[in-house]
Write a protein that binds this ligand. Structure first.
Ligand code: NAD
Length: 337
């Protein structure tokens, strides 16, 4: 099969990581990425040899900044088999019309509504739902994290209900305009949308969520309480987490007591941009009491959705089965299992 030609529309936190991940796959070619303004990220993309596409009206601004462009965003769409749309949430409907007109496939991100595509994606939970589709949506960072663990627990132990409290990072590390910078801010619209978003992939799951924004940029933490249809021991639960795809068991006994040390571990692993693609679950923070399982998981919001975008491309082009794609993506990105 010929390599799939991938264009990335929007080169911010998620887009730049998707581009790097596509470059690491032997069955995909990166056609280029798009930027709307001639910022430092446009310069670093060009310096890395990545063709840059811009809106037609922005070409003079890029010329003035001395940044070489390969063409317009319409040219990028025309040259690609699929566009991974990584623009900020809400631009999606406008972009979808362009992809439809050009007859191209596209993946949207979690900032867009599920209704935009009618199908949402997670590699572990529902790889086959995007099989051959023209459009799909990779769910948000928090939803991806919840689906990685809850989908396996539901498959193995039939979840009766799940209740999750999310402590959300206030901004990404490269963002200096969002907050709070010294406060905790509860989401007062309850239950929060995160549970509903999980249901966009597993509609039968009984899940409710609450969330608090915290003045940190590193990661989110999710405190999960799940009632299981099958009583298992704490040890059996730990063994189950150890086998879950893209879940990394960590222990406070190894000095991994907080998100600070997890991101230090990510830096030690030497991956691109110090990313932690796996959802990190504290093995010594897993506990079964009766039929109820308690655990904490940490989510690197900038990167956990990246391997899912790659798998979603393979599902939409019917390239291989889910477990095969997960293993292939993992090998390319240096993820253990
Ligand atoms: P971002 O702001 O970091 O990047 C967006 C990029 O799109 C920027 O480069 C911007 O210049 C560009 N852009 C803006 N308007 C555009 C347009 N009309 N056409 C082309 N490019 C345009 O945003 P992000 O954090 O990467 O988020 C992208 C999507 O991924 C959103 O749907 C978001 O909800 C989702 N997401 C974000 C995170 C996260 O933690 N940052 C995690 C998971 C999913």
């Amino acid at each position: 099969m010929a390599k799939i030609k991938v264009g990335v529309n929007g080169y911010g936190t998620i887009g730049k990581r998707v581009a790097t991940a596509v470059l690491a796959q032997d069955d995909m070619t990166l056609i280029g990425v798009s930027k709307t303004r001639p910022t430092f990220e446009a310069q670093t993309a060009v310096a890395a040899g990545i063709p840059l596409y811009v809106p037609a009206e922005s070409i003079p601004a890029f010329d003035k900044a001395g940044i070489k462009v390969a063409g317009t965003i319409d040219d990028l769409i025309a040259a690609s088999d699929i566009i991974v749309d990584c623009t900020p949430g809400t631009v999606g409907p406008e972009d979808k019309a362009k992809y439809e007109k050009a007859g191209k496939k596209a993946i949207f991100q979690g900032g867009e509504e599920h209704g935009l595509t009618g199908v949402s994606f997670n590699s572990t939970a529902n790889y086959k739902d995007s099989w051959g589709m023209q459009f799909s949506r990779v769910v948000s960072c928090n939803t991806t994290a919840l689906l990685r663990t809850l989908s396996v627990l539901d498959r193995e132990c039939k979840i009766k209900n799940a209740y999750v409290t999310i402590v959300r990072r206030a901004a990404d590390p490269g963002d200096s305009k969002s907050g709070p910078i010294n406060a905790l801010e509860p989401s007062v619209s309850l239950p929060t949308h995160h549970g509903l978003d999980v249901k966009s992939v597993l509609p039968w799951l009984d899940i409710t969520t609450m969330a608090i924004k915290a003045s940190t940029t590193l990661m989110h933490i999710q405190a999960v309480v799940v009632r299981l249809g099958k009583e298992i021991t704490t040890e059996e639960a730990v063994a189950m987490f150890a086998k879950m795809p893209r879940v990394r068991l960590i222990s406070s006994k190894d000095g991994l007591k907080s998100t600070a040390q997890i991101m230090e571990l990510a830096r030690e692993l030497g991956r691109s941009r110090s990313d932690m693609y796996e959802i990190c679950v504290w093995s010594d923070g897993i506990k079964m009491v009766g039929d109820t399982l308690y655990y904490y998981q940490a989510v690197h919001q900038e990167s956990d959705v990246i391997p899912e975008n790659i798998d979603c491309i393979r599902s939409m082009f019917k390239m291989m089965e889910g477990p095969e794609s997960v293993a292939k993506t993992n090998r390319a990105l240096g993820i253990d299992h």
